[in-house]
Design a binder for this molecule. Structure first.
Ligand code: KG4
Ligand code: ZN
Length: 331
């Protein structure tokens, strides 16, 4: 029998303190997520200093819960994996420092994980047979990337945002129309009550890059000039615009790579309008995958999964591992 490999994942890049235990990169034994959303909600967004302090409060307790729920002890762990970037530096440092101390104390290897790789790996948990190569569309609060996944540890960026991330645009539009933080789920809900009848400007970009700052500014201006504008129609129109942009980019990526397999990842992949739109691509013979809802937004199971693929590929980090706030995919 092949020995199972157990990875402990630690995630603290933004406002979720999460620790998970995953077997062989695919089977979640525990995934504890302590969200700080209620703490940051009143500020309309994540306050980095407050996020770091709350990670410190939570991390030991969350780790203890993850081990208990997985019914394992420290000696069962094969590798301690943690997000070391990209993200908020103070928030990342909590998880990185904790992972380093734990790896040293229990004498198990340390593996630093790129958070974006983690979002993609969430799909390996949901879809047990999913294997590279495929195209990944990573759409989160901080990232918008179209990536050719050539292997578990081999990536080629096909396109990325030149300004705002798509989730950032959702959050800003939501704030302006009075919905609060985090905006994505609130726009998703409100849009169901409206119709996408408001015409919005399109931004033309060559290749596979994205730009969302124009649409965000257009909506802010519309709302400012006409405070009585129907907010549900505005939400529905914005969402339709984003779905159009993402769908077109995905089709172009299929044409460019010849790969008819698209994997969505990141918080915005929870969006019902975007999912519906990508479902339609199946009629064109394109396979489409999304993570289950709980694995779309930040969580440590996805980090333990990506950490597993890094670990079996021989990646090891030393006790000098540092947080890298602007870490790029493939670095
Ligand atoms: O992946 P994530 O937890 O964090 C980053 O790595 O950035 O993504 C958070 C983002 C937020 O911008 C949030 O508004 C957005 O995901 N989001 C959604 C939905 N659920 C979360 N956006 C659109 N529709 C949703 N249902
Ligand atoms: Zn994330």
């Amino acid at each position: 029998m092949i020995k199972s490999i157990i990875t402990l994942g630690i995630e603290s890049s933004c406002d979720e303190t999460s620790v998970a235990v995953v077997r062989n990169g695919r089977e979640v034994l525990s995934n504890i997520i302590n969200s700080q959303i209620p703490i940051h909600e009143k500020f309309g967004g994540v306050v980095p200093e407050i996020a770091s302090r709350n990670h410190i409060d939570a991390i030991s307790i969350v780790t203890k819960q993850a081990l208990e729920q997985a019914n394992i002890t420290y000696s069962d762990i094969d590798a301690v994996t943690c997000t070391y970037g990209p993200g908020l530096v103070g928030a990342l440092l909590v998880g990185v420092s904790y992972a380093k101390a734990l790896s040293y104390a229990i004498g198990k290897p340390l593996v630093g994980v790129n958070h974006i790789e983690g979002h993609i790996a969430a799909n390996y948990i949901t879809h047990k047979d999913l294997k590279p190569p495929f195209i990944a569309l990573v759409i989160s609060g901080a990232h918008t990337h179209l990536v050719h996944i050539k292997g578990y540890n081999e990536f080629e960026i096909l396109g990325k945002t030149r300004d705002d991330a798509v989730g950032e645009a959702f959050d800003k539009v939501a704030r302006v129309i009075g919905l609060g933080y985090p905006g994505g789920p609130k726009i998703d809900k409100l849009a169901k009550e409206g119709k996408p009848t408001i015409e919005l400007p399109t931004t033309h970009i060559d290749g596979l890059d994205f730009s969302f700052s124009g649409i965000k500014t257009a909506i802010i201006n519309m709302n400012y000039k006409n405070p009585n504008i129907n907010k549900a129609d505005l939400a529905a129109s914005f969402q339709k615009h984003v779905a159009d942009v993402l769908e077109n980019a995905a089709i172009k990526a299929v044409e460019k790579t010849g790969l008819k397999k698209i994997v969505l990842a990141g918080g915005v992949s929870a969006n019902s309008c975007i999912r519906e739109r990508f479902e339609n691509l199946k009629e064109k013979g394109i396979q489409v995958f999304y993570p289950e809802m709980i694995l779309c937004t930040d969580n440590a199971a996805m980090i333990a999964s990506a950490g597993y693929y890094n670990y079996i590929n021989g990646k090891r980090d030393g006790l000098n591992l540092n947080a890298v706030p602007n870490l790029k995919l493939g670095e």
